[in-house]
Design a protein around this ligand. Structure first.
Ligand code: NCD
Ligand code: ZN
Length: 346
């Protein structure tokens, strides 16, 4: 028996597309299912000015295969040198939809991130004034903080003070991984949303570490204990409009993942929508999938919901997803949920 579900075409509110050959290889995986995506600026060197964002957007559009429609929603990487006037100009033309805050050293290519938050206050004030959201990688990087506590400590030490000092600033807590993150969003009515990844709805830290180390499940923020995964599932499937999909699909080649110092990132662009249908059905919340993947994000960003649609089908036989995407730089392994999935995009 085949079951179908048609939803407004989804968007991805946190995506890594990289550049060059990798961009060319991974872009179709997203554009096949998603109408738009918030494009992370952590290239080497990072996308820091309006001019950088224009050039990167043009490279993305040039890499888009003929016949595919996709709108990249550009972001700038917030540094201590970011110029409020450049931000204002890039937002006024509609080029950029957010700024991205990486605490220095938090994750892949974050060396240019912010160390002293006082130095970015004028930019944050400007963003609050013009309604431009700040996307936040919410982890402290202090050596004395346990990696599993980095998100909770960030909320207390960095995020809450920033939000109090800059009332009116719209903030997206990206790829939340803890019940602390869920609770912080729920307890703050104004100007705060959170993205949740597909993989954090599926794996906990045991999946990474039990029975041998699984580098393809390693990403940042790292998956936490099961009680946190359950809190994320409840938030995503609740229908609460403050939670929406940001896959954080982050391609790294297999040699870079399967190394003595492996890169952080799960590549989920290919099978995210099928996996989400599985997850939402398992929680008796298929009717909430459209809100999470297609409606809550546009509502937070003040953008229209896509008028085109995406249809998912469920069949008796398990879906076979490609194990890898080939790129000239090397293969990229597609996230394996570890259980059979019967949903697929029609
Ligand atoms: C991202 C990447 O590879 O760029 N990695 C990840 O584990 N999510 C960076 C990030 O978003 O933290
Ligand atoms: Zn990311």
């Amino acid at each position: 028996m085949t079951q179908t579900l048609t939803i407004a075409r989804p968007d991805d509110w946190h995506l890594h597309l990289r550049d060059g050959a990798m961009l060319q290889a991974v872009l179709p995986e997203t554009a096949r299912h998603f109408a738009r995506a918030i494009i992370m600026p952590n290239l080497v060197p990072p996308v820091v000015t309006g001019a950088d964002a224009t050039a990167y957007r043009d490279r993305i559009l040039a890499a888009l295969p003929d016949g595919m429609a996709f709108e990249p929603l550009m972001t700038l990487y917030l540094t201590e040198d970011t110029d409020p006037a450049d931000v204002e100009a890039a937002a006024a033309t509609g080029l950029i939809k957010a700024l991205k805050l990486y605490p220095a050293g938090a994750t892949t290519n974050s060396a240019s991130g912010v160390s002293n938050f006082d130095n970015v206050r004028p930019v944050l004030e400007k963003m609050a004034e013009i309604g431009l959201p700040l996307c936040v990688h919410g982890e402290v990087t202090d050596n004395d903080i346990d990696i599993f506590d980095r998100e909770a400590v960030f909320i207390d030490r960095v995020l809450d003070p920033i939000r109090k000092a800059t009332p009116g600033l719209k903030v997206v807590m990206e790829h939340i991984t803890t019940k602390d993150g869920v609770d912080y969003v729920k307890s703050n009515a104004e100007n705060l949303g959170a993205t949740i990844t597909t993989h954090h709805l599926i794996i906990n830290r045991n999946h990474i570490l039990v029975g041998g180390i699984k580098p393809h499940y390693y990403c940042l923020p790292v998956a936490k204990r099961e009680s946190h995964r359950i809190a994320l599932r409840e938030a995503a499937t609740s229908g609460d409009a403050r939670f929406f999909l940001g896959t954080d699909s982050a391609p790294h080649t297999d040699p870079n993942k399967l190394s003595a110092c492996g890169c952080a990132g799960c590549f989920t662009a290919t099978n995210t929508m099928a996996l989400l249908a599985h997850v939402f059905e398992e929680d008796g919340a298929l009717d909430k999938l459209e809100g999470f993947a297609s409606k809550n994000g546009p509502s937070f960003y003040g953008l229209p919901v896509n008028t085109s649609t995406l249809t998912l089908t469920k069949s008796d036989s398990a879906t076979s997803f490609p194990g890898k995407i080939d790129t000239p730089d090397g293969s990229v392994t597609v996230f394996d949920p570890g259980f059979p999935v019967h949903w697929d995009v029609a």
